[in-house]
Write a protein that binds this ligand. Sequence first.
Ligand code: GDP
Ligand code: MN
Length: 335
Amino acid sequence: TNEIQLNNTQVNNTQDNVTFTQVDTRLNGVIIVLVRNSELHQLRKTMRSFEDRWNKMYNYPYVFLNDQNFTQEFKTMTTALTSAKTYYGLIPEYMWGYPPWIDQARAAETRKQMGFRHILYGDSESYRHMCRFNSGFFFRHELIEKYDYYWRLEPGVDYTCDIEYDTFKFIKENNITYGFTISLLELSDTIPTLWKTVIDFVYKYPQYIADNNFIRFISSDDMATYNGCHFWSNFEIGDLNFFRSEKYLKFFDFLDRAGGFYYERWGDAPIHSIALLLFLEKSKIHFFNDIGYSHPPFQHCPLNIEYHNSGRCFCDPANNFDDQLGSCMKDWLKT
Ligand code: GDP
Ligand code: MN
């Protein structure tokens, strides 16, 4: 008999009357998926890819979050794709909606104006709630609270290389707080006053800024201007406790009070990135160059030919966003 109990702390392997007991060395990690019921089939494709490339080896649990109740169909069809545990959570209203100080008429007028100007998601109300949730709340949702490490997964993304190690263990052992695969320029029309607000924060709370911070990656003029570079947050592997820290929570509250999630269209990606670069040193932020990852319209494909000749990757190395217009990888490698 071969009895393997995944998800338990022990794996019992009984063979020829000899019992091996292997200790489960997985960390307290979770895969976080914010998703709508309507994205079920895009998500199934993504989960299939993510399981095949990585999670079938580790069986880290999934937490699916939604501002509406998940359907039974959604739960059945996603749970079916993994041997890992799956949990489904509703996002409480205070994490997905206007805080009381927001002038909703002004927010609606902003959406109208940004819609006329054809700014991406400029006219969307739900997109703003989503960005605010991902900036300030995902790490303190009740289903997430007990975890230390997370991997963010989105419907529609694809993993194009086998990932042959436990990435959570990797970041823990290397003292890394956050890892990314793609870094790019933000649309400046979505964040007209974000940088000014960041400067105000830095003046008010200078004690939070790391001595050896890496802000020069996004500002080459001593913080006078923001160059727009950020880590694309649809992929994130990180330490949840960073976001739960006093400095990050203060930072989020300060930005939230300023109203830019609604009066402009601040994204969670520049907000995570700016915080990481202000509060940490460079060594705490890791570029996962070995992870093939696609979120249309961009993909990161490892260039190392051995990854392709060995069969580990199936992406086209000639289609790699790192050296395309809009990527910030040149600055990352330079600074
Ligand atoms: P983009 O990557 O910036 O183009 O934005 P996406 O449409 O991919 O949204 C980012 C993430 O938030 C994805 O995981 C979506 O499934 C999720 N998302 C966006 N809007 C909503 C929403 O209104 N409700 C829920 N439950 N999830 C959302
Ligand atoms: Mn997306």
